[in-house]
Design a protein around this ligand. Sequence first.
Ligand code: PEP
Ligand code: MG
Length: 572
Amino acid sequence: MTKRFKGIAASDGVAIGKVYLFEKTEIILNEENIHESDVEKELNSLNRAIKEYSNELKNRETTTDAEDEVRNAHIELVSDPSLIEMASDKIKNSLQNAELALHTTIQEMASVFEMLDDEYLRERAADYRDIGENIMYKLKGIAPKTLSSLDDDYIIVAEELTPTDTSTMDKDHVLGLVMELGGKTSHSSIIAQTLGIPAVVGMKDIRSNLKNDDFIILDALEGVVIVNPDEKTIADYEAKFASIKANKELAEKYKFEKPVTLDGRSVEVVSNIGGIEDLKLALEDGAEGVGLFRTEFLYMEGNDFPTEEYQFSVYKEAAELLEGKPLIIRTLDIGGDKGLDYFEFPKEENPFLGWRALRIGFDRKDILRTQLRAILRASAFGDVKILLPMIISVQEIQTVQEYIEEFKSELRDEGHDFNENIEVGIMIETPASVFVAEDLIQNCDFFSIGTNDLTQYILAVDRGNEKISHLYDYFNPAVLRAIKQVIDASHKYGKWTGMCGSMASDVQATYLLLGMGLDEFSSVSSKVGLIKSVINNAKLSEAEKFAEKVLSLSQIDDIRVLLKEKDDELHS
Ligand code: PEP
Ligand code: MG
């Protein structure tokens, strides 16, 4: 009987194949205490085990940056003097044997990370446990089970795979990974992403429902595993598989092309980022700039508001990496669903309609000042632009513009360089900003449509509420007509409109948006090549006719039929 299991998608892709249940070598801990006369012997064993493992790490061959990064991080953890000091102390002063001392030290170190709020840092606990486990094998003289040599192609199913397991696995024979534990930002997930191996994590109890060689489908786009799929499901997935493969090839082919339609209309294809690492990936994926730098992450990673110097260093590094390509930095957009550990938010009935984004900035000018000064200073190092979130009135833009002039004057007095003519754009993500778009564009330089919020506010459908998620749809004619109105308003005044909401990453929407006159697509970086492939194979004159037809329809279902037909035609 077919069964479906749901987990968290950790690395994109689809795999069909046989199960390999990976059970780790069990470690039985010797918890006996030692005599004082054995202290020296235990210390020597511990040091030898650490050294052996450290040498093994140094000699391990790696094939990707991510594996190399993990290996180097583990070499650093193993050589951390506090690891040896803490464990030696337990041997000398608590008379623990080397195994027990290592075990308790690793537990203590990992638990410090496990308590952190930041998901990425929390995942680092797994790295500590991983090195602890490997040193333990050396102490016990056990050669652990690995995935380094598989006799056939398999989908690996495990409780959890350590970064060591994923780094050393036989990549030619691993079709996909399924784990009961683990997170999206664990080193194992990151390695799977860079290797392009589909992976799903957090799939509780999957092992007890499987045996070796069971036939399964791993859909790591949806985070689903289908056990014993029927013929029809297999056929559907085979088609999906072929289309993913074809899309990958298309993206590779087009990623470094200039996005120009067959009849000569140039647009920009740029990327959304949350930090420098994202930017590096975006550049590798062919993005020609950054259409949205979500600066919230800079504020979430520390214990206090980031300083002007710190923000400046990050924005400057981004501007320099971009070598003159545009870098659109959005001012802080917290509130709504995004909080900060060190900043108290009032309890609100409707946080999405509450004290968020610039509304906080207007009450706390000091926060806005630090950020705007940092952005202005970075503007001396590239094509930096400012983007303002959640705007609802001309008044708000004018207030920020006044602040910007004030901060420019401070920087001038202090002798800092900056771009005197820095452009300021606004997010279009409220219905108000759609209705008064013509007024707004006369007070700023460009628009960037945030379809994530715009859709929820236009349709009055909470973007995070599962129960009504079927209503949350940017292909709703109300949203489409709002988008068209905004693009037209900007063009009427000789300005441009980009889009940085998720709709810009939806390749089914690309042709339509092109026809509606969108000037800039800011997508997740993995979609850059595909979006360019649609643009470079389109004729603007035909896309415009298509958009006109779509905009005349009043039913979402009819719109979807047209979009699907067009998608099939473009990818046939
Ligand atoms: C949006 O609302 O579409 C957007 C890009 O902003 P965020 O998703 O960060 O709210
Ligand atoms: Mg938004």
